[in-house]
Design a protein. Structure first.
Length: 261
């Protein structure tokens, strides 16, 4: 297998992919869409499919041996590294005209995300991450210094996603934070990387929903894991906790791991 390019080169390619996806997303945004419900009842549109097909073709042309995992077209096995793409993260926002949807692109090597891109086509905003460098709009991004739940600005996409024991722990967590905000999908994690949000908790996510977020948040000084405090991988269970500081992460994790709640 050929040597993997440097993280800087990989990120440059990932940004080029995001550049090519933006006009496709905007061509369909706020138009009459053919929305189809998938087996899990989540929506998919022709925009999701068109973007993923474009990105897959470009990845296959540049890195034919690499694997590709996408939300709409599944896994193409490869030799070693895997590109993970979500063509439109936040399809419910997309189909309702809300500009808080994004395109997520990550490269996984040896089980861990190496680079990540959070691109917001309708807003013209982008976060990128690679080891040692997180950027927003080309300028350094840095998570806040928030350490306590009482001061934390908390986001989750929707409280409807928490069920059973997860819902009980979620309600205990949000009862202790300073500010609660909902909606946003991947946008909330970008806000965390830029210091405007301090804490995000979600459940029921898929690898293409969370892997691109990891390099951005970690390089910005934050921490993101599953609800057991383990690193996020292709095999994680979909429970995600992101925080601006280890102290805040630990306080939230103690609640989410509490089996007596």
């Amino acid at each position: 297998m050929a040597a993997l390019p440097s993280p800087a080169e990989l990120l440059a390619f990932a940004e080029d992919l995001a550049d090519s996806a933006r006009p496709v997303a905007m061509r369909y945004f706020r138009t009459a869409l053919d929305v189809v419900a998938k087996a899990d009842a989540s929506p998919v549109t022709q925009a999701d499919r068109a973007i993923e097909a474009l990105l897959r073709a470009r990845i296959e042309a540049r890195f034919p041996a690499h694997g590709i995992l996408g939300e709409e077209m599944g896994l193409k096995p490869g030799d070693g590294p895997v590109w993970v793409i979500d063509p439109i993260d936040g399809t419910k926002s997309f189909v309702t005209g809300l500009p808080l949807f994004g395109t997520l692109i990550a490269l996984i090597d040896d089980g861990r995300p190496v680079v990540g891109v959070i691109d917001m086509p309708a807003l013209g905003e982008r976060w990128t991450g690679r080891p040692g460098q997180a950027l927003f709009g080309g300028a350094p991004a840095r998570a806040s210094g928030c350490r306590t739940l009482a001061e934390a600005r908390f986001f989750t996409t929707t409280p409807d996603g928490f069920m059973g024991a997860d819902e009980a722990r979620y309600r205990c967590l949000v009862s202790r934070v300073g500010i609660r905000r909902f909606c946003g999908d991947c946008y909330a994690y970008g806000l965390l990387a830029s210091g405007h949000c301090d804490l995000v908790a979600e459940t029921g996510l898929q690898p293409y929903d969370y892997l691109a977020l990891v390099p951005v948040i970690e390089a910005a000084g934050g921490i993101v894991t599953d609800w057991d405090g383990a690193a996020l991988t292709l095999g994680s269970d979909g429970r995600v906790l992101a925080a601006a500081t280890p102290a805040l992460h630990g306080a939230a994790l103690a609640i989410l791991r509490d089996r007596d709640i």
